[in-house]
Write a protein that binds this ligand. Sequence first.
Ligand code: C2E
Ligand code: MG
Ligand code: MG
Length: 424
Amino acid sequence: MHLTEKLKFGRFFPISIREADQAEVQLSVFESNVLLVVDDDHELRALIAEIGKRNGYSVLTAESGAVLKQLLADQHPSLVILDMQMGDMDGVEALRLLANIKCPAEIMLMSGMDQKVLATARQFGLSLGLNMRDTVHKPVSVRDIEASLQRHKGENAPLSREEFLRALSGFELSVRYQPVLQRTAQGMAINMVEALVRWEHPVRGTLYPDQFISMVDRENLMNELTDFVLNESLRQIGHWHRAGLKLGLAVNLAARTVRDLEFPDRLSRVMHEYAVSPEHLCFEVTETAVSSDLQLVMDSLARLRVKGVQLTLDDFGVGTSSLTQLYKLPYSCFKIDRSLIAEMSHSRQAHILVSALIDLGHTLSLGVCAEGIESEAVFTQLESMGCDQFQGKFLSEPLSAAEVEQFCQQWQSEQHPAARLLAG
Ligand code: C2E
Ligand code: MG
Ligand code: MG
């Protein structure tokens, strides 16, 4: 029987060594859809390699632990099918090896041992931080392997314009709100939230903005995204205000929206629709968003300021920070980037720099917000440096609307550790 005919069947059929040799392919250096088959059984290795090729994968093969070690030094597979029993290395050792090099690939374990052993080994891989997927029981079903390879490809394919349009109309997008603690004349208060978009993808799970914003921008769909976030979050803020919860709202604006001359008018309409007045609204822009077309950006930001909304410079202190932006553009606040805040816990220099930035902000009459605060120690340091606004996991992760209401109640009744800390 010819190799391809054997492949049509749902079960593994023995194939000759010569056929197996034909099916094996050269090592390649592709990073996406690269399948690595690790098995000391020559025929099975060849069979899975062939299935991989048929499904559009570049295929690497390793027949021993020694070859696997060598191969991982300079190859980056996206999917590894790993036999649990090889002559010179067992599956557990192989998993340790993959964990040591922090292999990000998805890993499918394969064995003739009973399901329980496979499930335990899979659990072990997870405990090492590996990206464990389904297990494959021998004898191998071609159809199952094919389905797994197809699923892996689907989940790793670049996000498309069509998927995003479906997400918009199919309620897959949502807004989370991260509370911001603010120093006011009456003391510290939670009086603002930052809107952060999320995408609940039916196949890929929860997607974060860094995973899809660049595609949205490339596909010219940023207006759609911004309008969704604005509508959703202003509707929520309007609802909270009517219920007596007076929270301000910060919304992130992409470069494209900053340059969109029609945006201020669309904004006015939404604010009017939900009866939210501009002093409760703040837009966050990054330095890169305003780094070109300075005249256009100045006009656009000035129009927003004239409408009465606040502007914050986001992620300040990383990349090519331009100090002059702080006074040339009409900001009322800047946010010190979370990477710098994270370094405060172990770097004296970061500590000094953050303190100097807070003083600089105050000298320029700008509010200063620290984002990404993860510990009580860093929070206390920032508080004593005179920082004006505080945001980060130590206070709260981004929350759903219902969770924000609970959080505010918890804060009021000083059940939150930071609220207790401030109370005394
Ligand atoms: P950003 O505006 O600087 O938002 C802060 C990011 O830090 C958020 O990530 C938030 O979840 C995360 N974060 C909060 N607290 C902590 C902490 O204690 N530690 C650490 N390590 N991270 C923390 P997220 O939600 O993934 O958003 C990433 C970026 O995507 C945002 O950075 C913002 O630039 C952009 N973005 C988010 N939502 C929107 C949106 O609706 N429109 C646009 N254009 N951009 C958005
Ligand atoms: Mg932001
Ligand atoms: Mg930021």
